[in-house]
Design a protein around this ligand. Structure first.
Ligand code: HSE
Length: 298
């Protein structure tokens, strides 16, 4: 049996649209075995809307690998237990794709390298900023060129907390990409290049006071905030109570704050803020996962 554990991820990090992402210590776990026939999919935990037929994303990712390497399993049993909330901007789809691909590669004789799996995962997902940290862990900078994905994963120090604020509604990535403009001005492009570069400098140097400016964005958040009630108010409040940076996680609707210290006071303040403002949001404190996906054969 193959076991795979894949971390949740937070993509874009404000300024790094389709480029930057970080892995978090919240996990999707898969147990997969080849059987004598048929397809059995068991979903546990956070699996309300998960399909248990050939449309299942883990299965589709596995099938992608099997086709690539020319392997036909007789049957498959897939057990999926994910703590990553679905369609909230925390990389639940990437976790399915990366986990399924790693398992399929192991079942079919490990013919593909991590780098080849990365390329195929991004081919399925469309952008690398979740898939890269899901596979490699840490803070990842990714660039895609002619189907090849280049990734640099940087391990972060364990002195940061990620306060994940998750609302009770979801927005599909397809919808939240649909509100983005086809073209942007040179001014806005230059704005984001400076911010994304600064974000990387701040994270890697430990000069966390620069994170706030580094997370600023003009490419996607201004368009996406319209579907998040109270967006500006929430951002302002996080900064008032000490967030080093606040951004829309992936395509949202989860909002992320990066913190120093334990984060406990921030969490309890945000919980009061949400209840006073009748927002049904949950706040969870996470840390960077520097390990990435872990596969074992038992
Ligand atoms: N970079 C992607 C987007 C992340 O912003 O649409 C989606 O999770």
């Amino acid at each position: 049996m193959i076991r795979v554990r894949v971390p949740a991820t937070s993509a874009n990090m404000g300024s790094g649209f389709d480029t930057l992402g970080v892995a978090l210590n919240l996990y999707s776990k898969l147990e997969i075995e080849e059987t004598s026939g048929g397809l059995e999919i068991i979903t546990l935990n956070n699996s309300g809307n998960v399909q248990n037929d050939k449309t299942n994303l883990v299965y589709r990712a596995m099938d992608h690998i099997f086709r690539e390497v020319g392997y036909s399993p007789k049957g498959l049993k897939i057990k999926q237990d994910s703590a990553i909330p679905m369609t909230r901007g925390l990389g639940s789809s990437s976790a399915c794709i990366v986990g399924g691909m790693l398992a399929a590669n192991a079942l079919s004789g490990r013919k593909l390298s991590y780098s080849e799996i990365m390329d195929l995962a991004v081919e399925m997902e469309g952008h690398p900023d979740n898939a890269a940290p899901a596979l490699y862990g840490g803070f990842c900078v990714s660039a895609r060129d002619c189907g090849k994905v280049y990734v640099k994963s940087i391990k972060l120090k364990n002195d940061l907390k990620f306060a994940v604020m998750i609302p009770d509604f979801f927005v599909a990535t397809r919808k939240s990409r649909g509100v983005l403009p086809e073209t942007v001005s040179l001014k806005d492009a230059a704005f984001n290049i400076s911010r994304a570069s600064m974000l990387q400098a701040a994270l890697t140097s430990g000069d966390y006071d620069l994170l706030r400016i580094g997370a600023e964005d003009r490419l996607h958040q201004p368009y996406r905030k319209s579907y998040i009630d109270g967006f500006d108010h929430i951002f302002e409040h996080t900064y008032k109570i000490g967030a080093k940076a606040t951004y829309l996680s992936g395509s949202g609707p989860t909002i992320m704050s990066i913190l120093t210290g334990s984060g406990e006071a921030f969490k309890s303040d945000m919980e009061s803020f949400f209840s006073e403002n009748s927002h049904k949001w949950k706040c969870m404190l996470l840390e960077c996962d520097n390990v990435g996906s872990v596969l074992s054969e038992v």
